[in-house]
Design a protein around this ligand. Structure first.
Ligand code: C2E
Ligand code: CA
Ligand code: CA
Length: 650
């Protein structure tokens, strides 16, 4: 019986241990003390089981790291696991994990049981030694490395630290040491443990690279690569976070839209446009308070999220508006733009993100409509105007196709004689349901959407066709003036197209005048000049429309490639009312004459204005006093009398 039991008991235990192992109970060990073959078998089994256990635990930690790499959840959780694993591998050693901060050479100690994370000063020489392959540090170096682990949890043997070696496992990836695993103390490690520590540090390096990349991707996802400001997604995130804050005290949202940016971009090219945007971003950074969020959601739009009340935001908006009207030095060139700013306050003007952003946008358009460099707060009445805009945007593309557009012609007369000098073609849109829609409402929109290019080609062709018909019918219209927007001029081949339209209708180039606005020359005047050159060389006249409202200083006038100046209606209206208007009109006429340019005054409505302009010496006059814009038929009828005399004063 004794003999049988000596055989069966250890055999049963061995069988039991094997079964547990097969059931993945890695802690299975066999207790057989016999000094015979069973004893040897048991000790081999235990040896094997503990190696398997260690292997499995190592795999667990590694798969956790892999999981972290793939899911990008929380690297600090994995760091805790790595620390625990280190401690398990070397139970008697003090363990530590040092992490390199991104970029700046600073190092952080990962949190250990009973010790918080903290910055450490890693000796560059020590790091260099480790990077050159020193895996075991002794003596002074060991002491140095030991110091990085922070105060020991329990006091080590007096003097022992001095002689205990410190093992270092650098976690390197993409040519950089990202972390150091440290084991300080007498804990001897065997080859298996060594292998695992190396694997562990490799995996850790991969994870750290992955987290860094993840963070960079995130940063890029919420930042604008051009200006470095927060982009649209970042703005939305920040706003939502802000709106979800309990007890949010309120904030102001400012939408800033650059005036004239499109012109700079179209005429000077995108690199200059980009540089301009960066310049504006820098300006906003300098002027906005430190706790403001500055975003560029897209294009030439900037958004500020400002904590605080209306008064502070109002002050900042006027300051910004003023500053952006001043000349900006960009790429060695002086650019003049401006900005319109729309403001809303949460919660007074809404407490939903979409509503707030829409209303800030509306306020911005209201500011734009009121003039350059203005700012405006949201008002409920603005809501109605949006519907209008949306409607126009939807209807405009089809207007041309459906034949709803036509041209009216407004005469321009020779000052003094009243003889017809030319007519200006003005676009008219008659919508079947809404009736007549004035160009001031849809032309700016068409310029925004780019539709103006197609509309403009149609206008040019139609106006030339009309002039040709008048020629054939003997109607005495000497010249046709056509409005051309900056966008049309920027289309390559514009000049060729105009010249070929003239040829097609059998007209002389000098029978055409194109009217451009001053803002066109705010950008790259040389570029505009070269685009106009073929037209001017052929004899097409170029007029500067709305002169006096834009950027060109009187002194820069001599450089502009224009033949005609049209004094803006606002000066004519103020003639005789405000001394300053008289002065401006007088100097414009004097200067234009000196430069050999033709001067036209537009918007002449009263006899008093008429007399005033005659006295100033204008060449041509245009306005309701002489004629409103008329359909082709109405103009023909009116021209039966050949001269357009102003009605006698009552
Ligand atoms: P604009 O080029 O300055 O045209 C002159 C505007 O002043 C016209 O308005 C004209 O009807 C108006 N006007 C003329 N005389 C008087 C007057 O004595 N008193 C007053 N109060 N107004 C007068 P309209 O036709 O409404 O056009 C507005 C603007 O729309 C034009 O200003 C021009 O910038 C734009 N536009 C019109 N047609 C075209 C076009 O074919 N192409 C482009 N790009 N723009 C156009
Ligand atoms: Ca005009
Ligand atoms: Ca004008």
């Amino acid at each position: 019986l004794v003999l049988v039991r000596r055989t069966t008991v250890p055999l049963e235990r061995l069988i039991d241990g094997t079964r547990r192992l097969a059931r993945r109970d890695w802690s299975a060990r066999v207790d057989v003390a016999a000094r015979d073959e069973f004893g040897e078998l048991a000790s081999s089994f235990n040896d094997m089981a503990s190696r398997i256990e260690r292997q499995v635990q190592a795999l667990h930690v590694q798969s956790d790291i892999d999981h972290e790499i793939l899911s990008g959840l929380d690297p600090s959780r994995v760091l805790g696991q790595v620390m625990a694993r280190l401690q398990a591998l070397a139970p008697t050693a003090r363990v530590g994990l040092l992490l390199a901060a991104e970029g700046d050479g600073a190092w952080q100690r990962a949190a250990a049981p009973g010790m918080p994370a903290g910055a450490v000063a890693l000796d560059p020489d020590l790091l260099r030694r480790v990077e050159r392959g020193a895996t075991t540090l002794r003596g002074a170096e060991a002491l140095l490395a030991c110091g990085l682990l922070g105060p020991p949890g329990q006091p080590s043997e007096p003097g022992s630290a001095e002689f205990d070696p410190v093992m270092v496992f650098p976690a390197r990836a993409q040519g950089r040491t990202r972390a150091l695993l440290l084991l300080a103390g007498p804990g001897l490690v065997d080859a298996d443990v060594l292998q695992e520590l190396e694997d562990l540090s490799d995996r850790l390096a991969v994870m750290l690279v992955a987290t860094e990349r993840e963070r960079e991707l995130r940063r890029r996802a919420v930042h604008d690569s051009l200006t470095g400001l927060v982009n649209r997604s970042g703005l939305i995130e920040a706003l939502d976070r802000r709106l979800a804050l309990p007890g949010e005290a309120g904030f102001v949202l400012a939408f800033i839209d650059l005036d004239g940016f499109k012109t700079v971009n179209d005429t000077r090219g995108h690199p200059v446009g980009d540089a301009l945007l960066c310049k504006v971003a820098a300006l906003l950074r300098a002027l906005a308070p430190a706790d403001a969020l500055i975003a560029r959601p897209g294009g030439d739009e900037f958004v500020l999220l400002l904590p605080g009340d209306r008064a502070a935001a109002d002050g900042l908006a006027s300051k910004l508006g003023r500053r952006l009207l001043e000349p900006l030095l960009v790429d060695g060139q002086t650019l003049r733009i401006g900005a319109s700013i729309g403001l809303v306050r949460c919660p007074d003007d809404g407490h939903e993100r979409i509503n707030l952003m829409r209303r800030a946008d509306l306020a911005m358009y209201a500011a734009k409509a009121s003039g350059r460099g203005r700012h405006a707060w949201f008002e409920p009445a603005l809501d109605e105007r949006v519907a209008e805009r949306a409607w126009l945007q939807a209807e405009l593309p089809g207007a041309l196709r459906r034949g709803e557009l036509c041209l009216h012609y407004q005469p321009r007369v020779v000052a003094g004689s009243g003889r017809l000098a030319s007519v200006e073609a003005l676009l008219r849109w008659t919508h079947p349901l809404r009736g007549m829609i004035p160009p001031a409402r849809f032309v700016p929109l068409a310029e925004e959407t780019g539709h103006i290019v197609a509309l403009g080609s149609w206008v040019m062709d139609t106006a030339c066709h009309q002039l040709r018909r008048w020629r054939a019918a003997g109607v005495p219209v000497p010249r046709m003036a056509v409005n051309v927007s900056a966008l049309q001029l920027a289309v390559p081949g514009f000049a060729d197209e105009v010249l070929s339209v003239l040829r097609r209708h059998g007209l002389q180039p000098r029978e055409l005048e194109i009217e451009l606005t001053e803002s066109l020359f705010a950008g790259d005047a040389d570029e505009v000049t070269s685009r106009l050159a073929p037209l001017r060389d052929a004899g097409v006249q170029v007029a500067l429309d709305d002169f006096g409202t834009g950027f060109s200083s009187l002194s820069s006038l001599y450089r502009l490639p224009v033949d005609v100046l049209k004094i803006d209606r606002s000066f004519v209206t103020d003639l005789g009312q405000r001394a300053s208007a008289d002065g401006v009109a007088r100097s414009i006429v004097a200067l234009a004459r000196a430069l050999g340019k033709h001067v036209v005054a537009e918007g002449v409505e009263t006899e008093a204005q008429h007399q005033h302009l005659l006295a100033l010496g204008c060449d041509e006059l245009q306005g309701y006093l002489f004629s409103r814009p008329l359909s082709a038929d109405a103009l023909e009828a009116k021209l039966g009398c050949r001269t357009l005399e102003p009605p006698l004063p009552a």
